[in-house]
Design a protein around this ligand. Structure first.
Ligand code: ZN
Length: 272
């Protein structure tokens, strides 16, 4: 797959040339290290959980992509599985975009089977990825949770921190979820103050990344140190420090926006 274009189509049959992101216990089903084609899915004689089949877009301008949850306890050979995290590490950008969308839509599906307002079983809407309650009319859309990330610069130094849950030795930029009613900018200022007790200024947008664990959208910034003493909160952040670009600690894994953000700012520093 070289390109993926997200979309919606109210199709419930899978054509032979389709790409099928089939999930089994949150693992992606593969054959010969690739997602199944429509033909392979049909030949497998597996079935999908009722209501879990969605068309998620188009690959390479002609192959419709589907997501579904496999309804079987044990997969028959020669089918194998890979974790979503492993797929993100090893697959092409187009495949990553498609599988991230596939997983998030299935998770939304699984967790919105009933109306949050009256408890009635929801039904899919006809023309978009949405569910509607047939009793009270309440509509729910796939859930996204925006989170900011910020790499703070102090001269040439970068502020990197680690949470207790990180892999040993790994440090990253600061990050946190955006609160209801809050702008992205306000979230940056709040998170930096809460986590390490400093103020920042001169925010620059860097980029964003879908992060399907389970439905985050990371929005990354660079900012300049403004004032205050570094004081990790001891809960979300166990250690933080300003690091020279040529003496960095362990970094997040290579496909994360955190890694792109850090490497981009380091490259910028080396040309200054
Ligand atoms: Zn309802």
């Amino acid at each position: 797959m070289h390109a993926f274009e997200l979309g919606f189509a109210p199709i419930d049959t899978i054509p032979a040339n389709a790409v099928v992101f089939a999930f089994h216990h949150n693992q992606i089903v593969l054959t010969a290290s690739l997602p199944l084609t429509g033909e392979q899915w049909l030949a497998s004689q597996l079935t999908h959980l009722p209501g879990s089949l969605h068309c998620i877009g188009m690959a390479d301008s002609g192959m419709p992509c589907f997501t579904l949850r496999v309804e079987v306890e044990t997969l028959p050979a020669p089918l194998e599985t890979i974790s979503l995290r492993a797929a993100l590490l090893n697959w092409s950008p187009a495949m990553i975009e498609a599988v991230s969308r596939a997983f998030q839509l299935l998770e939304w599906d699984r967790t919105h089977r009933f109306c949050g307002q009256c408890g009635t079983t929801t039904q899919p809407k006809a023309h978009e990825h949405a569910k509607q309650c047939p009793s009270c009319g309440y509509v729910v859309y796939p859930r996204l949770s925006p989170a900011i990330m910020v790499l703070v610069k102090k001269g040439r130094q970068l502020l990197l921190a680690r949470s207790p849950g990180f892999t040993p030795g790994a440090y990253s930029a600061l990050a946190g979820f955006v609160e209801p009613g809050e702008s992205l900018e306000a979230a940056v200022h709040r998170e930096v103050m809460e986590e390490v007790g400093i103020t920042v200024t001169n925010l620059r947008y860097f980029g964003s990344q879908s992060w399907p664990f389970p439905h985050s959208l990371m929005i990354a910034f660079v900012a300049d140190y403004a004032g205050g003493e570094l004081s990790p909160d001891g809960v979300e952040i166990e250690d933080a420090g300003f690091y020279e670009p040529d003496a960095l600690p362990g970094l997040p894994y290579k496909l994360s926006i955190a890694r792109h953000l850090i490497e981009s700012v380091v490259a910028e520093c080396s040309t200054q």
